[in-house]
Design a protein around this ligand. Structure first.
Ligand code: AMP
Length: 428
């Protein structure tokens, strides 16, 4: 016997009724983004590998060990073999598109959102998958469009708080930090390198490597034994220049005015190299170990890092899988939707008439399940009772007379309804 095939490790099938919850989350996100005047962008699911190497950073966990990369063979003389990668995140793709379509030349601030799958070869566990979905947004533009303003940061954070509220996700925490400018970070990296030198020998292997290649990444370490050492390291706030300090202070002032509560976390540096200044994460206690609902920050140098014009920006990505888990933990399970009526043909000769009737009702906006004339009446009733509020019986007599029999399962009442009145009857 051949082996049964299953979804690949770290990937999953999403089935109804749970997909109704996914759809509700996406519809709410689209509605909130529209009120803040964002438009949707859809970028390809795979990109040239160098986009992520240059955009996300060679030394990040994502690029160094989690990407799905392959060599795409040339199919014709005119094509070149190319290294391609399934996108592990969407910001680099959006910024590539911003550059490619010269969106900066409009002079306008670009406000773009996306919803889609991302791919990382991580160790799968609850809330962590190899194919997962992100809902994200980016605000990017030339400096003259106001893209560097701390008001943009505060507005994005306020929008996130509104979106989580409208989704019904209560009890989240916003953690906030500033990682400063590229120069501030270079300075901080040197400070860290010096502070790590005498202690790094006692840390995990990853930290020993990071201490040399990218000391900032040490702050991302989750190994419990390393935490006491990490807590004593100097904080980045002391390495910020005046401009970065002023920018961060302005973000906090606007958040206070907007009524958005936050917690400052001086060790929040996040796992992607492109961040500058404001970085943030929303966490939720209901999620367990993988407690980050979403993360984001400012990336003033990203466009230039991948060959584009100066285009400061700020954005975020929400883990949609984790929004679903959180809502389920808050007991917002998706109930299967109620079908308005089950159309039950009596006898196979009535099947065509039943299709015509179902079509009429569906076009009138009703949710209809269509049975089959080969079913005995008892079987039709059982099938209908499982999914629908009512059953509409259609036999030869009903086709001839134009009077249909409708039974309501909740009241047990059976009625005779003329076909012309059926839509309004079922809509009651
Ligand atoms: P990042 O792009 O790493 O900043 O992640 C942003 C958000 O995406 C996180 O806060 C998570 O909610 C979600 N996320 C990241 N990686 C995964 C994953 N492997 N599985 C599920 N969700 C993820």
């Amino acid at each position: 016997m051949s082996q049964t095939l299953k979804a690949v490790r770290g990937t999953r099938d999403l089935l109804p009724p749970e997909t109704a919850l996914w759809n509700r989350i996406e519809a709410t996100a689209r509605a909130v983004f529209a009120r803040y005047n964002f438009g949707e962008i859809r970028t390809p699911i795979f990109e040239d590998t160098s986009l992520f190497a240059r955009g996300v950073g060679e030394e990040t966990d994502i690029v160094s060990k989690e990407m799905y990369t392959w060599e795409d063979r040339a199919r014709a003389q005119s094509e070149k073999a190319q290294s391609l990668t399934l996108r592990p995140e969407n910001t680099a793709g959006v910024v590539r598109a911003y550059i490619e379509h010269k969106l900066g030349e409009t002079g306008q601030l670009q406000k773009l959102y996306y919803i889609g799958p991302q791919f990382r070869r991580e160790r799968p566990q609850k809330g962590r998958y190899r194919q997962f979905f992100q809902i994200g947004a980016e605000v990017i533009g030339p400096p003259s469009s106001g893209s560097e303003s701390p008001l943009r940061d505060a507005e994005v954070l306020e929008m996130l708080a509104t979106l989580l509220d409208e989704l019904g996700i209560t009890g989240w925490t916003l953690e906030l930090n500033s990682v400063g400018s590229a120069a501030d970070r270079a300075r901080y990296n040197e400070t860290l390198r010096a502070a790590l030198a005498p202690v790094v020998g006692q840390m995990c292997e990853d930290c020993q490597r990071r201490a040399v290649t990218n000391p900032l990444r040490v702050l991302d370490c989750k190994v419990p034994e390393d935490q006491p050492i990490i807590e004593k390291l100097p904080v980045i706030a002391d390495s910020l220049d005046q401009e970065s300090k002023d920018h961060f202070a302005a973000v906090l002032t606007a958040l206070d005015a907007g009524g958005v509560t936050y917690k400052r976390n001086p060790r929040l540096v996040r796992g992607l190299d492109y961040y500058t200044r404001t970085t943030f994460e929303f966490t939720h206690g209901g999620l367990g170990a993988q407690n980050a609902l979403l993360g984001g920050g400012r990336y003033d140098g990203l466009s230039e890092a991948i060959g584009g014009p100066k285009a400061p920006g700020i954005g975020f990505a929400m883990g949609e899988d984790r929004l679903v888990l959180t809502l389920q933990a808050l007991d917002q399970k998706a109930a299967p939707p109620q079908v308005d009526a089950y159309v039950a043909p009596l006898g196979e000769t009535v099947n065509p008439a039943a299709l015509a009737l179902a079509r009429e009702l569906r076009r009138a906006g009703l949710r209809i399940e269509l049975g089959d004339g080969s079913f005995r009446l008892k079987k039709s009733f059982e099938a209908a009772d499982n999914v629908a509020r009512r059953i509409v019986i259609l036999g030869e007599d009903e086709v001839q007379s134009g009077i249909l029999t409708v039974k309501d399962f909740s009241t047990g009442v059976q009625s005779k309804v003329p076909r012309a009145e059926l839509v309004s009857f079922l809509k009651q």
